[in-house]
Design a protein around this ligand. Structure first.
Ligand code: SF4
Length: 361
């Protein structure tokens, strides 16, 4: 555990807080946004947000893949379970997300919904159960996509005709560009995601930083990583020179993971995609490329547009954009809690509402 202890040293944390305090003291209000669910959890767990000076605000953005998946995707996934020979495979945190009339969790006793740890498990199940059509729910950012791409390549190699992916995958930089332009949120710096950056690399943020004059710092997950990254953002704001810096250089490389990027490029194509609460963001989603189109469930089944309802009282959308926090939601803690989630932000282990509930209750 020594390795982790070094990144949780209290004396160094105090020094970093003092430096942030000193260097930010003559700045106007600055809003920095973290766009990674694991950062959101760490920030709440270690109380980082509450200890920052008043004029340095850390806002949570759309960093949780389950949270940004629109409700109609859940409704369509549930509709798939009604088809006789289809079994839907998913990561566990998708199960509790409420659809309009049901959830995948409620469908589970029928045996039509199964939880797996990887897309490859679903592909191997398909290989051993050729009388069933297996649909894997592809949810996640650039971090998860290469593993799903590998399962699709495996299915092609094995000539499987019964394995499909329903792709709800999203890519992060287009959402950051949209938020960078949003005057309501008025972001002065991004704490860039760690895992995603390990795949896409440092240079993927150059355009955001240059075009919108926004400082970007790729941050690790430990408290000292996050504090040092905030200090780096404060220094960039002071210098009035926006650039991309890599605090997490023990993991993230300039060009990212070339092999993983090639895999994504081979198996997927970029498309416009809807993000819960944000709307359609151009070129922010992934569908299967022409070469692998046979494995795209949307090319094999005509999924009817569901009558998806709007969540009454849930302000997940505003929370995901950083305009509001869970504390602004009248359902938070009372009616909405992890045992009875109203919105996706309370369901996922990386959701902002779940983080606030867990560490502030
Ligand atoms: S607390 Fe619950 S109802 Fe409120 S925004 Fe979060 S998920 Fe939605």
């Amino acid at each position: 555990m020594k390795y982790i202890d070094e990144f949780r040293n209290l004396d160094i944390a105090e020094k970093l807080y003092r430096l942030i305090d000193e260097e930010a003291k003559d700045l106007r209000q600055v809003n920095f946004m973290e766009v990674c669910g694991t950062h959101t959890m760490a920030v709440e767990r270690f109380g980082i947000r509450r200890l920052l000076p008043e004029n340095v605000k850390l806002i949570s953005g759309p960093g949780c893949p389950v949270c940004v998946t629109p409700k109609d995707y859940i409704d369509k996934a549930i509709a798939l379970t009604a088809i006789d020979d289809i079994i839907v495979f998913s990561f566990g945190d998708m199960l509790k997300v409420p659809g309009t009339n049901s959830s995948l969790l409620k469908q589970r006793p029928s045996g039509k919904v199964k939880v797996v740890y990887s897309a490859m498990d679903a592909a191997m199940f398909a290989e051993n159960n050729k009388d069933k059509r297996i649909v894997f729910l592809g949810i996640g950012f650039e971090t998860t996509v290469p593993t799903v791409a590998a399962s699709i390549k495996y299915a092609k190699k094995k000539k499987l005709k019964n394995f499909f992916v329903y792709s709800g995958h999203k890519i992060m930089p287009p959402a950051m560009k949209l938020l960078a332009r949003d005057k309501h949120v008025n972001i002065k710096g991004f704490l860039c995601p760690a895992h995603v950056s390990a795949i896409i690399g440092v240079k993927s943020y150059n355009e955001i930083s240059r075009k919108y004059n926004i400082p970007c710092v790729i941050a690790g997950f430990e408290p000292l990583d996050i504090l040092q990254s905030i200090l780096m953002l404060v220094r960039q704001v002071r210098s009035k020179k926006a650039k991309v810096e890599n605090q997490y250089n023990r993991v993230v490389k300039a060009s990212g993971n070339i092999r993983a990027l090639r895999l994504i490029e081979e198996v997927f194509s970029i498309k416009d995609s809807e993000w819960r609460g944000i709307g359609v963001i151009p070129k922010s989603g992934l569908i299967l490329s022409k070469r692998y189109a046979d494995f795209d469930i949307e090319n094999n089944i005509n999924l009817q547009e569901p009558k998806t309802s709007v969540d009454k009282g849930c302000i997940c959308g505003s929370v995901l954009k950083g305009i509001k926090t869970p504390l602004d939601c009248r359902l938070f803690f009372k009616k909405c809690n992890p045992n009875n989630p109203y919105g996706a932000c309370m369901v996922s282990s990386e959701g902002t509402c779940a983080a606030y509930y867990r560490y502030r209750k």
